[in-house]
Ligand binder design. Structure first.
Ligand code: ADP
Ligand code: MG
Length: 311
């Protein structure tokens, strides 16, 4: 059985080393690459690279499926409650597994609060809107607060210390580290009952390291690779992936669509659910689902309270 790249035919220690150094650290990364790319990056002959790519794709079962297979797979999709009935309803029942959900909006719009709440709620029993699973929290901005988890755990009647033990937090120090962490998650999620992966925020390191228009292509290419990793993770292990993206509303387009935010969208036309968040009066926030053909159009209001996300 092929479990990692060293199990691939024709990949000895030297080739494995070359592949790792070029960033092809997982079967997923290799399956998503072209033989040309691998050959160029590692010096491996193209025919060998072709064999390696084929074997990785076969190992991951990337092949034709029937529509009925797809139906069966979709029946495995589970949902995590946000804590707000309104918001759950807008999302068709909650945050879905096997999917990336992008929360985007201005500073203070509630992205991080929702990520904290989901890290707690994923631990609830299924009849209370959870998956009895653990969470991984990749923190790029240093805004994770265990104190907030404690409050929210009390708010749903769970033991705060137990809840905190089931949230694996890591600070990603740069975009390279962020990508390496997700590579590692393929092993970690396989071996543990993790049902939610949060990346808060997915874009900040990429924006800081590749600023301006001249770096846009490079930035987008790296981000796309990262998103691809996250999509595979969500799909293979049936986990929910939630990413945040801080954007500025466009003051210049007063009558325009505020969701056409400065800084661009990460998900773009990639599959997933995109939720635009906006501040309203006091602790109220407005949520709108953008570009989701399977969800009805519209917006809803929720609140950020001491106990967490509520109606
Ligand atoms: P962002 O979209 O920038 O990630 P946050 O999710 O951090 O925004 O939301 C910050 C807001 O959450 C604060 O402005 C505050 O209104 C609210 N908030 C944070 N902590 C608490 C708390 N303990 N009780 C009530 N509201 C809180
Ligand atoms: Mg935040």
């Amino acid at each position: 059985e092929i479990k990692d790249i060293t199990d691939l035919p024709g990949v000895g220690p030297t080739t494995a080393q070359k592949l790792m150094e070029a960033g092809f650290t997982t079967l997923e990364a290799i399956a998503a690459a072209t033989p040309q790319e691998i050959s160029q990056a590692t010096g491996i002959p193209i025919l060998t690279a072709q064999k390696i790519v084929d074997a990785a794709r076969e190992a991951l079962n990337i092949d034709f499926k029937t529509a009925y297979d797809l139906k069966l797979e979709s029946m495995n999709i589970k949902k995590i409650t946000t804590g707000s009935r309104n918001l759950d309803e807008l999302l068709g029942g909650g945050i879905e597994t096997k999917t990336i959900t992008e929360l985007f909006g201005e500073f203070g719009s509630g992205k991080t609060q929702i990520c904290h709440q989901l890290s707690v709620n994923v631990q609830l029993p299924e009849d209370k809107g959870g998956l009895e699973g653990k969470a991984v929290y990749i923190d790029t901005e240093g805004t994770f607060r265990w104190e907030r988890i404690e409050q929210m755990a009390r708010g749903v009647g769970l033991d705060p210390d137990e809840v905190m033990k089931n949230i694996y937090w890591i600070r990603a120090i740069n975009s390279h580290h962020q990508i390496a962490i997700v590579d590692k998650l393929f092993t970690m999620v396989k071996n543990d009952n993790i049902k939610l992966v949060v990346v808060d925020s997915v874009t900040s390191h990429f924006r800081a390291e590749f600023p301006g228009r001249e770096n846009l292509a490079m930035r987008q290419q790296l981000l796309n690779r990262h998103l691809h990793q996250l999509m595979r993770l969500a799909d293979i292990f049936n986990v929910a992936v939630v990413i945040t993206n801080q954007v500025m509303a466009r003051p210049d387009v007063f009558y325009g669509d505020p969701t056409q935010a400065v800084g661009g969208h990460v998900l773009g036309h990639a599959p997933g659910v995109r939720v635009y968040l906006k501040k309203s009066r006091g602790n109220k926030r407005i949520a709108r689902v953008v570009d989701a053909p399977h969800l009805p159009e519209g917006e809803t209001v929720f609140a950020i309270t001491e106990w967490g996300i509520r109606d």
